[in-house]
Design a protein around this ligand. Sequence first.
Ligand SMILES: [Zn+2]
Ligand SMILES: [Zn+2]
Length: 355
Amino acid sequence: MAETMKAIVYEGPGEMIVEDVEKPMCGPDDLVIKTKYTSICGGELHTYRCGYGQEPGRILGHEYVGYADEVGENVEGIEVGDRVWGMEVGVCGECWYCQNGDYANCSSILDHVTGNGVPGGYGQYLRIRNAKLGENVHKVPMDIPEVHATLIEPFGVGADEVAGNVQPGDKVVVIGCGMIGNAIIQFAKLAGAGSITAVDVSEPRLEIALQCGADHTINSAKEDVLEAIQKIYGPNRWFYGESGRCDVAFETAGVGDTLKNAIDCVKGGGKVVLVAPSERDVNINLAPVINKQPQFVIPVSGNHIKDVIDAMEKGELVIDPLITDILPYTKAAEAFEMQANPEKGMKTLIQMDAE
Ligand SMILES: [Zn+2]
Ligand SMILES: [Zn+2]
């Protein structure tokens, strides 16, 4: 009989169930990783709340750190016991996009990605097929604390969002100060942003944003965002109405008026970086969009993992305030509830090897 392990299985909205499942086998080209910690991604919260993007029965989890447990004979540069993070990304090879060589748009790409269709870090073990060091697997130096290393992937998203979008001296506004917002603040700072304003409805999150390097904060539950940004950077009338002066706005919240806030805050022709998927339709008046001509950017993810590991090793990132809770996998349901509460949880880590 095949060996089994514990995994937190997504069984539908509101249901993260601990189950016994088959432990992955290691083929000659594969790497099997023993998971240490996995943190809950904002995207997974969308799934947890409303089923976004996933099918029941899947083992999610892409924000994790673990140790090489079995290394296939053809895998180079990785030894049993190495601390690693990896993500398998594949394509179907058959759909219209794949047939046309546009693999990034493969219609079933998510079926072939770790923590989506490929079982991920909510299992006590996970497998990366065709493991290649520096490509789909990265070694994580032992001098980075384990809990910090768990956040390599979400910090990577922050780095992806900032890369090429922030120039030295830029006025930057970050709307939404969850994990990704705070990662963006830090990488914007490293990219030389002149001033960063953080916007959120949660006072504790704004406090953390300041620790992460924000220069100003706006509590959008208490203040009008456009008025507040004008107070900080000065008024700015453009031909269609009032505006902010920001060069770049990052929209990481994906709720209600946050996209409007982002468009309001940027100068005419400014950049609006779209980060968060929203759970509902967003109503937006197109007049300011068409007349103000903001440039909308949707960055490609997954290119900056190595930069994050380097920044963590150099101690350039503020990480401790982002980790609010650590729970054993046996309390998965509780962990998701904690993560879903923005007043309390910033990042909830799940310890996958807990006894
Ligand atoms: Zn994520
Ligand atoms: Zn395809």
